[in-house]
Design a protein around this ligand. Structure first.
Ligand SMILES: [Zn+2]
Length: 254
């Protein structure tokens, strides 16, 4: 499972790098961004190659961002965690897909300050379709019930940020939330249901505050820097995913 995750992590890196540039994600094969030499399969083994080459290109020795390594590692570990949580059920590939789209969305948001419609719009539709086909995603409701649960989740997710955006505009006279965050939370609601929407926002705010303070402390960020909220919502959604079938603050989550 970890190895499968590493392979997917490698693919995620390619998507993060190429999708915002509008390049094909299937061809050509990987190339060094500086010397443009093709990277052979033996230099493209997740985690291992990075360590063996000490994070540098074999030919021109340019430093390769350690982010490639981190993304592969995270993907490997989350694959394992999801497998331990959901076992070999229909939910496993569904939540893997969900996690991968959140991961890709997060890093593209960090790079470009944009939440990619190419990911969240199909994500919303897919969340609703999968919920209708696999009621195991929500309490084992009937297919109709699961479909409605997903739609409600989508509306709550999208609606709550629209609501906050209006309040924010009235109170502070400035845009607090981007349209991308609204679509992202609608996707989270469609996949996980309305309860997880609230848990996602809770953990996104909590982790957002903690991580921002750490980054400011490390002088990596200034207090008035723009902070993309998408990655924190993604992080919150992944945390809330693990609350499925468990109690959170006395409420049963599913
Ligand atoms: Zn090179």
């Amino acid at each position: 499972m970890v190895i499968l995750g590493l392979v997917f992590g490698s693919f995620v890196n390619v998507v993060i790098y190429r999708l915002p540039k509008g390049k094909s994600i299937v061809s050509p094969g990987s190339r060094c961004p500086r010397c443009d030499k093709d990277i052979s399969w033996y230099d493209n083994i997740p985690l291992v190659s990075f360590l063996l080459l000490k994070g540098r290109c074999r030919y021109c020795k340019v430093k390769i961002s350690s982010r490639y390594f981190v993304v592969e590692l995270i993907t490997g570990l989350i694959f394992l965690a999801l497998y331990m949580k959901f076992g070999l059920t229909a939910n496993l590939p569904i939540y893997i897909l969900f996690f991968l789209s959140l991961l890709i969305m997060s890093f593209i948001d960090i790079d470009t300050y944009l939440i990619s419609d190419v990911i969240v719009l199909p994500g919303i539709v897919l969340g609703v379709i999968l919920s209708s086909a696999f009621p195991g995603m929500h309490y084992n409701l009937t297919k109709m019930g699961s479909f409605i649960y997903s739609i409600v989740g989508m509306l709550v997710g999208g609606g709550i940020l629209v609501f906050l955006a209006i309040i924010g505009k009235l109170l502070f006279k400035k845009e607090a939330m981007g349209g991308g965050d609204i679509k992202l939370l609608a996707m989270i609601g469609a996949f996980l249901g309305w309860k997880c929407v609230f848990i996602s926002i809770f953990f996104a705010s909590l982790l957002g505050t903690v991580i921002s303070f750490i980054l400011i402390g490390l002088k990596k960020k200034k207090i008035d820097d723009y902070v993309p909220f998408g990655p924190y919502l993604g992080l919150g959604a992944v945390v809330s995913l693990f609350y499925k079938g468990m109690y959170f603050l006395g409420f049963f989550i599913n």
